[in-house]
Design a protein. Structure first.
Length: 238
């Protein structure tokens, strides 16, 4: 992307990287990218995952750094230039005419809110529910009291039942459920703080993913949100 700044042409591209921590991305950049005084590289973590921005007023050096960046991160999931993962997902769903619904506990609607931030999301986001309490999970999704009492709200079984009931309720081709412990309290030996179960139902296939995220309460919620979004994208690009 080119832009004018003080009479100079500025070249700039940003790429999101999934499944790497900030320090891992920084190490790859320091190890593999050529260093030029007129090329600026930084990492933004506002969304919970790394977005790498490359900026320069020298096209030749800019292209060399971009090529090195793509090569060093070739084995990891990246966004298209100057795209976010949520933009990629919404565009994919629009292209394939697929609807998505969410049922969120510990993320508190952050997945739906992130998708709504993308233009035209209304054409693919069918329904979104915040089912934070046990009572809400029973009332809205009809999650059984037996599952909640036997397995606990933070469990593979409850995440699976949430996403299965969400599918029955909304009939969306893609359904996401999230339950977990964002902290700073509430964890135990089985599910320490940062434990998150993400239920995904894509057409007729259901899976539950477990992740143990690092960071404070908001970081865990952001990581859970972006992981759910990226996992859905992976169903279409693999």
């Amino acid at each position: 992307m080119e832009q004018e700044e003080s009479g100079k042409v500025i070249y700039e591209e940003t790429y999101g990287i999934f499944s790497l921590q900030e320090d891992e991305v920084a190490n790859l950049i320091n190890k593999n990218l050529p260093v030029y005084k007129n090329v600026f590289v930084d990492i933004n973590m506002d969304s919970g995952i790394p977005y790498v921005r490359v900026q320069s007023d020298d096209q030749k050096h800019f292209v060399r750094v971009i090529k090195a960046l793509k090569k060093s991160l070739a084995f990891f999931m990246m966004t298209l230039p100057n795209k976010t993962f949520e933009e990629m997902l919404v565009e994919l769903l629009i292209q394939k005419r697929i609807k998505i619904s969410t049922a969120e506990s510990m993320t508190g609607g952050l997945i739906a809110s992130t998708l709504v931030g993308v233009p035209n999301a209304s054409s693919v986001l069918q329904e979104a529910f915040i089912v934070y309490s046990d009572e809400a999970k029973q009332k809205v999704l009809d999650v059984s009291p037996f599952s909640l009492e036997t397995y606990g709200v933070c469990s593979q079984e409850v995440a699976r039942e949430m996403v299965e009931k969400l599918y029955l309720l909304t009939n969306a081709e893609i359904c996401i459920s999230v339950t977990g412990i964002a902290g700073p309290t509430g964890g135990d030996e089985t599910n320490p703080v940062g434990s998150v179960y993400i239920g995904l139902k894509t057409f007729n296939q259901t899976e539950v993913l477990f992740h143990k995220f690092r960071g404070d309460r908001n970081q865990v919620r952001k990581l859970a949100t972006m992981t759910a979004i990226c996992k859905v994208i992976l169903h279409f690009i693999h």
